[in-house]
Structures are given as C-alpha cells and as structure tokens.
Design a protein around this ligand. Structure first.
Ligand code: ASP
Length: 456
C-alpha cells in the first residue's frame, strides 16, 4: 500500500487536479491520498490557505469578509467547472466557509485554525467527488472520524501517539481514500492545524500508521537539488538522501519537505519518494534509512548546502565558567521559564552562546531573561546579536573523510564571509556555520562551488 501526498501547486486548478487523478489511478496501490489546499496558479497568485488566513483576520478586525470569501469560493467554482462537477459542490464549499466564519472568535488562534483547515478539507471533498464521478471507488475521509488526534497547540500541533492505532484501520478499507492534509482534531474536538506546509506531516503520519511500503510526496520539481535553485544556478539534482541528511537540510531552509515530516516514517523505516506531478515518470528523489544508501551516494562527502535566516544569539561571558557545575542547566532553565526554545549552544571555556529563533524575541521578555542571567548566574557580560543566519553543509559521507571543514572555511574566507560560530553535531552529518543574515546567499553560492563545481 502506498500513501501519496500532493502539494498545493498540484491542486491549484482543474488541469492540475486531473493530473493528480491520473497519477492516483496509474497505480492501484496508491490508496491513501493526502491533499493540500489549492496553491498558486501563477507567481503572483494567492494560495487558498493565505486567503483563508486573510478571511480570519478580516472577520476578527471587521474587514471585508465577503470579498475574501468570494475569492475563495471563486477558486473552487473554477475548479468545479473545469472538472465538470455539479454546481452543488460549490454551494457546499460556500456554506462550509460561511459556517466557519460565523463561529466563535473568542479564541483567535482557534478561530484561525478552523478557517485555515477549510482549504484542505474542501479540496479533499472535491477530489473525491471527481473520482467518484469518473466511476471510481473513492471516498473523502474525515480526519476526526479516522482518528487524527493532535495536541491542542493551534497552528503548531503535533500528533498524539494514540492516533496511530486508530488510523491503522484505514488499511482495511478497499476504496481510494482522499484525506485532507494539514489538520486534525484536539482531544476536545477542536480543529487544530500543523505549522505551515503541514500536509507533508499528515502524509507521513498516515504512512506510518498503515505501515505503507512507500510514502510518495508529489510536488512540482523533478528532484531535490543540492542547493536552492533560486540561489545557485542549475544546482545538481540529488537522487537520494538519508533521513538525517534531509532533516538537517529541511531544518536549515530546504522547503521541499516540512521539517517535521520525517519523524513518523523514520521510526518505521518507510522510504519517502519526492516526485513531480508535472513529470510523474521522473524517478524523483528517495529519502531512505542510512543502511539503504547506495554506494554511489556514499561517494559524496557533501550532498546539500542550505541556509536559513531569522536567528539571534545571546552571548554570555563569565570568567572561570567552565568550573561551575550546573551553569548551562541554570542558563537554559531561565529560557525555559520564559517559554523560549533554543536551537544551539556553542561554548568556550568562559563563554556560551545560545542561538534562538528571532520569532521568539519580545523586548520585555528578553529584558527579564537578561536580568535573571546577571542576577542568578553572576555573569560578567550578556549581549544579544540579531539578524543572524545559519548555513549548513550536510552529508553522511563527511563522517569518515578528512578536510571537509577546511574546504568549507576556505570557501567562506575566499568569499570574504565572516564566520561567527562553527558547530558540528556528534553525528557528523553536518557542519553548521553562524553568519550574518546578509551573507546567507553568498555563503551558499561559495560553498556550493567549493563542493560541487564540475560535478554537474
Ligand atoms: N495549505 C497549507 C499551507 O499552505 C498546508 C500545506 O500546503 O501543506 O501551509
């Protein structure tokens, strides 16, 4: 059994949806189909999810809700017409969105999630309807009835372990199941969404629950590249990554797959195949357990370079810090008490830096944090640095090879890029550099040229 997921660009209009259905029907093992909401049809277009977020904002702030709803309904109306569906489905979509809009707005996050989920939910209904109209045994699956139970973290939910047993029952159905991605239900029955791009996560959860042979993730590129094609011209396509490599690259800004999508399949060892809806014959890119990596893949020391901006650093200095038992724990406790998640903690004998996502920065909160660090830890100095980026050089092959760091630092030095921090995890699958945000793109170019030039 295969679980297959289609991203927003694959469902942007009727022509794309027909391609999606051809792909589903080309293989009788493609039985659980996860769909995103319609994405952009052209570069300046708006994603349905973005339109839904605007609708929620308009509803809360007294904006023009009707105009927002009309835009969304128009998208579904065009799709229904293009697929030759009965207009009844357009009414169903309109009523559904209006019902969501008129629900309670007391908890704004809850209300926004309820609206955000409408994109996937209605698309799943439309795709199921189209397949049925073409004479196939397809059905829309309601995530609540199927058991997609998530934590009640609106906009950033996580699957609860008890979902898996319930979702496993889907394997016994004989139909083609069209499952809306991106959302599930909390234990109290509220709609909750994953973070943006979360339909990838839905697909991975379902693949793990039914023990799928493979999780096929259809997007709009023939394969994953060694670097972002918007930064590097014609980067090298990479036919295979290990889970660890892909996780590191997604973390550092590769947006081909949601950062959290590999966790459910990782434990089951289910292969993920990234493929192109517009060219389904292309083999795509496989993401596999390390023991399935081919010899050809292992020859590459480095398989990808990624960079992400939006980081800040908290530098803490104290003479003789290394002699103090529990210093690191107490420092991190101060952050934990303020609900701040940290990313990395590179350190020296008398200093430690904590790298944090800038989205957590709130002036008042950080003033409190800095005050506590001075008071509780009697440090000499605390300072903050904003507009930081991380750039990651990733490859399982680095483990046994000498000189990767030297090649990377030389490339950055030649490009006149200042390195603020170097961090190599104990798994040695990546080397991370902390740099200024403005150096993010030049550093990817420089590192790509150092590791890949001439290999294309
Ligand atoms: N439609 C949602 C988003 O735009 C989820 C997804 O596409 O995976 O974030």
């Amino acid at each position: 059994m295969k679980v297959i997921k289609f991203g927003g660009s694959s469902l942007a209009d009727a022509t794309q949806i027909k391609k999606v259905c051809d792909i589903i029907l080309a293989d009788s093992e493609r039985r659980i189909v996860v769909v995103s909401a319609p994405g952009k049809r052209f570069p300046d277009d708006e994603k349905v999810t973005d339109l839904l977020i605007k609708t929620a904002e308009a509803a809360v702030t007294g904006g023009d809700v009707d105009a927002c709803v009309s835009k969304i309904v128009e998208r579904y109306s065009d799709i229904a017409d293009g697929l030759g569906l009965d207009r009844k489905i357009v009414e169903t979509v309109k009523n559904d969105i209006q019902k969501r809009v008129s629900s309670s707005k007391t908890n704004r996050s809850r209300f926004t999630d309820l609206l955000k989920a409408a994109g996937e939910d209605n698309t799943a209904k439309v795709v199921a309807e189209y397949l049925k109209q073409c004479g196939h045994n397809a059905e829309y699956i309601n995530p609540k009835a199927a058991g997609m139970i998530l934590s009640d973290e609106f906009g950033n939910a996580q699957v609860l372990p008890k979902s898996y047993n319930k979702l496993a029952a889907l394997a016994r159905k004989s139909s083609i199941m069209i499952f809306p991605g991106f959302f599930g239900y909390s234990e109290t029955g509220e709609v909750v969404t994953f973070s943006r791009g979360g339909s990838d996560v839905t697909g991975a959860i379902l693949a793990a629950a039914v023990n799928a042979d493979i999780y096929e993730n259809f997007t709009d590129v023939d394969s994953v590249f060694a670097a972002n094609p918007h930064v590097v011209d014609h980067p090298m396509p990479i036919p295979m990554f290990s889970y660890e490599e892909m996780r590191e690259l997604s973390y550092a800004g590769f947006n081909v797959l949601h950062e959290e999508a590999l966790a459910p399949v990782y434990h089951k060892g289910i292969t993920v195949n990234i493929k192109n809806t517009n060219n389904p014959e292309a083999p795509g890119t496989l993401i596999v357990p390390t023991n399935l990596l081919t010899l050809e893949h292992k020859q590459f020391k480095v398989v990808g370079i990624a960079a992400d901006v939006g980081f800040m650093t908290l530098h803490v200095e104290k003479y003789m810090m290394n002699r103090e038992i529990g210093f690191g724990r107490r420092l991190l406790q101060i952050l934990e008490d303020e609900g701040i998640s940290y990313e990395h903690t590179p350190s020296g004998i008398d200093s430690i830096s904590v790298i944090i996502r800038e989205k957590y920065y709130e002036e008042e909160k950080f003033n409190r944090i800095i005050k506590s660090i001075y008071q509780d830890l009697a440090v000499d100095n605390v300072s903050t640095e904003f507009n930081q980026a991380i750039v990651m050089v990733v490859g399982n092959g680095m483990t046994h090879s000498i000189g990767t760091l030297a090649t990377a630092t030389k490339a950055l030095a030649d490009a006149k890029i200042n390195i603020n921090m170097i961090n190599q995890g104990s798994s040695e699958v990546s080397i991370m550099f902390g740099i200024a945000a403005e150096d993010a793109k030049p550093s990817v170019k420089a590192l790509y040229n150092a590791f890949f030039s001439g290999k294309n």
